[in-house]
Design a protein around this ligand. Sequence first.
Ligand code: FUB
Ligand code: ZN
Length: 660
Amino acid sequence: MQNEINIKDIIITDDFWSKYIRLVKDEMIPYQWNVLNDEANIKIDAERDDENIPIEKSHAIENFKIAAGLKSGHHYGYVFQDSDVYKWLEAVSYSLINDSNSELENIADGVIDLIGLAQQKDGYLDTYFTIDDKERMFKRLLESHELYCAGHFMEAAAAYYSVTGKRKIIDIACNLADCINRYFGPEEGKIHGYDGHEEVEIGLAKLYSVTKDKKYLELSKYFLYERGKDSNFLKDQLKDDNNKTFILPGMGKLPQKYFQVHQPILKQETAEGHSVRLMYMCTAMADIAYLTNDKEMLEACTKLWNNITSKRMYITGGIGSTVIGEAFTFDYDLPNDTMYCETCASVGLIFFAFNMLKNEPLSLYGNVMERSLYNSTISGMALDGKHFFYVNPLEVDPVASKNDPGKSHVKVTRSEWFGCACCPPNLARTLTSLGKYIYTNLNNTIYTHLYMSNEVDILINNNKVSIKQETNYPWAGDIKFSLNIEKSSNFSMAFRIPDWCYSYSVKVNDEKAEYKIVNGYISILREWNTFDTIEIQLDMEIQEIVANPNIKDDLGKVAIQRGPFIYCLEQVDNGENLHLIKLLKSSRYEYEFDSKLLGGVGKIKSKAKKLIIDDSWEGQLYRSDKKSPIYEACEITFVPYYSWANRSVGEMRVFINKDL
Ligand code: FUB
Ligand code: ZN
């Protein structure tokens, strides 16, 4: 059985990631706290043009106060507004590891007390239904998000309890889970159904992991296996409800695939519907497969994984090709300028990848985890930690975003907050728990999936192995591991070979090492001792990446990658009309780390050419043109995709035309 590393046993010391983690702790968490309390002087944006989006305020804490009877009033915000508080609480929990902050912990304890007060006597917890719609509790799961919110609370509870050891939050979570268990399940008299938005399955599995109470594991499994058995369950529930008003207008019209209920989960082979929903479903499936050794479930996960990563994923690790339903569409449909690529979906892909790694240490999972993390996940947050992208486009033209209603979701600057604020706190909880994604151990092998400086203690064969990883990653491919071991012992150390790396070297104790390649990992089996070192050098060449020719939008174009980063062109460096720029047939690229640019980034320069639109085009849209196009020579500068839109408003693109 493979073990996750206890997140309390790892400290990230990395330059690149420490900055992010600090930003979340020092900026984002206090900022979000103010937003949740309606005390931040900010403008809340609608994530797209839609007058139903609640943008007046967050009201999230206020909702709890009203549900707790401390205040009077109505619920405000999305029906899943509670989850913003839960995700914040989860991020706070992880941020308290290695960095105790009694003031923050007191605030968190206060929030937990408030949540406890808002919980009903029977364990039920959901501010919208408690305040304004009690009779419809569990009666409109298509839109209600009751179990979704419950799942986020269970995740927060597992995190807070694991970090602080304080039981109160776990007791609230168990009461809630027990309440859900009384209402749902295969037994007669219970609701045979599932939530419209997967998430409770993840929360229940985490609750099981901290309490070891098998009924939570069973309930998680139940919700997964029940999903899609009766594809009409969600809509039938709406029909049965006498009160026909919608909580989320428009949701009732969405197809079964949107909710991943068109088939039982084991039969689903392609990524369908709302991308965050699918990612949470897959994350839970992979966890249940791991926790219960369910091979069929793992096989189903593998099929979905293959479809997503080989036919429906952007080069940045973004997923979701359309704003309509924030959803997947069809194979190879990956438009760069209308896509969705929600930050939450990228985060969800990381969760899915990691849970697959717990089942099977295959480098392809680590590769995607890295791709998503370094690109479409962190692009979700500005370098100031206070502005966020909901969708992460690969091509932007401010004129189009302003004037094309079909692109109202493609923002050109990050917003201070959103009416639907799912993404910012999702980023916060992922960044503060980053340590857990770096290593796993299985079958006498310690696997390193991600490279970043850190110090960790890992138990292998009841032997404590302390590892110090030092690296200049992601800007350079040198990685050094120094060991400190209780007793010398035989085990394997395995290191992922990133999919972008074609040449590497490995040394143990300064000498060329013997190793095997196993499932995309450099694997070294030997007796390890204190003071042993492993040095890995991954060559980080600048690469031109071409897309599968089936992706219509990328034909004749290339994207630039160096190490884990996908690069982009921005107007601020390259002028307007980026679509007129063409890379030369034999382009040469020069890399330079610029400590003053964008908080310190490696930039890439190249010579290129730019099509000249001369005056003769004035007044003509089309013409028969026998003349060859005229280009001017230019020098262009690429910056890492994640760092775009941190300077000024302008065009951006990842895939660039090229003379092929
Ligand atoms: O429905 C809850 C969250 O809101 C989803 O996960 C996001 O995609 C957004 O629609
Ligand atoms: Zn989101």
